[in-house]
Design a protein around this ligand. Structure first.
Ligand code: ADP
Ligand code: ASP
Ligand code: MG
Length: 404
């Protein structure tokens, strides 16, 4: 069987008109004799609305009920797509994750797909059916509904491509592919023809919402080529693939940015073993994701300053945890909202000296102050004032000649 997995994001199924367009795209693959597995997200905005409702019910809403609630948006979108295909004369039906089933492991709100039972879908495909499957959701071994993290339909599609050995896995979205930076933020952003899993993973983890980071890990582990393209216009998109398939002479492949970060600085922390662990242990226990961490060298060997970043939505919880933490001593604590992390990403920087300098100099030329720096083999991130994000994207895009 020549199987293709087609995933439609929330923006692609956001209105009735768009859903009709999606049905037309599916029809084109049918005409080419593919066996088609469709994965759909919820209509855009729906998941956010459901999450808002849960917060109005309780600020400590049960994880298991959260999953039942927020996964419901996908059911609606799938039935509408299936309904349209039936209207057009095709054999199609919606499949909810428990009907297949799609099994997940891990905690509620943040599970991962680890097994998909193939029998029912395979028979249905053989009968000429087009299964329209809910992304984002699964069931755990206790038969409770689970969800796999925001943007998780991308991972659903990639896992279907893996289990069904699909010939192609296509992610349809509202932009024409992966761009050098968010095209909705910078008009000069350019579509990338091919990008490696490693670079895509960094771009996604560092703020490029276009693909869910976990889904890229799944694609890389299973060596699944992923095509990202637009459901609005018929144009070639971007191929996410292994590094050896790509010819690229650019030092930097892309730039990502985040928008809702906050910075926490503990001034005058005792400089002795175990202090950092005492600070971060209760944060991790409360599932607060700590991102950039910097510790100053201690001028007198007794005290030091420690800075880290978190998501702004975790700020009040973090404030409370730090205040209540009896295991740490510090002179004062500073909190800063409205910071943003801008990162340049590219495997080319491994073999090119001077990239860090060029980045810092470019930012300095626009008088953008760097608050925190972190690096890995293929990325450099800086924390700056949020109000300077667009300026930083523009100058870095130019400095590394990404518009060319
Ligand atoms: P979907 O609803 O299809 O899942 P998302 O909203 O999750 O779509 O992702 C698409 C959005 O990702 C685009 O509208 C774009 O603004 C944003 N985006 C951020 N960074 C990039 C990038 N480097 N390339 C393309 N899109 C990006
Ligand atoms: N509907 C879910 C979300 O908004 C999953 C997805 O869109 O991929 O996060
Ligand atoms: Mg998405």
């Amino acid at each position: 069987m020549r199987i293709v997995v087609l995933k439609f994001g929330g923006t692609s199924v956001g209105t009735i008109k768009k859903i009709k367009k999606v049905a037309n795209i599916i029809e084109e693959y049918k005409k080419k004799n593919f066996k088609i597995i469709v994965i759909s997200s919820a209509m855009s905005g729906v998941t956010n609305e459901l999450i808002k409702k849960s917060r109005h019910i309780s600020n400590n809403f049960s994880g298991a009920e959260y999953d039942v609630l927020v996964s419901s948006g996908e059911q609606v979108a799938c039935s509408l797509i299936a309904g349209r295909l039936i209207h057009k004369g095709f054999k199609a039906r919606s499949w909810l994750s428990w009907q297949i089933p799609i099994f997940t492991e891990g905690s509620h709100k943040n599970s991962r797909i680890n097994e998909i039972y193939k029998n029912k879908i395979t028979s249905y495909l053989r009968e000429g059916g087009i299964p329209i499957i809910t992304g984002f959701q699964g069931i755990n071994r206790n038969e409770r509904v689970s969800t796999i993290g925001r943007g998780g339909s991308d991972a659903s599609a990639i896992m279907f491509a893996k289990f069904f050995k699909a010939e192609r896995c296509v992610i349809y979205t509202d932009v024409e592919g992966i761009y050098t930076t968010d095209p909705n933020q910078l008009r000069k952003a350019k579509k990338i023809k091919e990008i490696s899993y490693e670079e895509m993973l960094e771009m996604a983890s560092l703020g490029a919402k276009v693909m869910q980071p976990v889904s890229i890990q799944d694609a890389r582990l299973n060596r699944i080529d992923v095509e990202v393209k637009s459901s609005y216009v018929k144009k070639s998109g971007t191929l996410i693939t292994k590094r050896s398939n790509i010819i690229n002479n650019k030092i930097i492949t892309g730039i990502s940015s985040t928008h809702n970060d906050a910075k926490v600085t503990l001034v005058g922390v005792k400089d002795k073993p175990g202090v950092a662990a005492s600070i971060f242990k209760p944060l991790s226990k409360n599932l607060i994701n700590v991102d950039m961490v910097v510790q100053n060298i201690s001028p007198n060997g007794k005290e030091t300053d420690l800075t880290f970043t978190i998501k702004t939505e975790d700020l009040s919880k973090t404030k409370k945890i730090i205040k209540d933490n009896k295991k740490i001593n510090f002179r004062k604590v500073l909190f800063e909202r409205g910071v943003s992390k801008v990162s340049i990403i590219g495997v080319g920087m491994i073999s090119t000296p001077g990239v860090t300098f060029r980045m810092f100099q470019a930012l300095a030329s626009k008088k953008i102050n760097i608050k925190v720096i972190s690096t890995s083999e293929i990325k450099i991130s800086v924390l700056i004032d949020k109000k300077n994000t667009k300026k930083a994207l523009t100058i870095l895009h130019k400095e590394f000649k990404l518009e060319k």
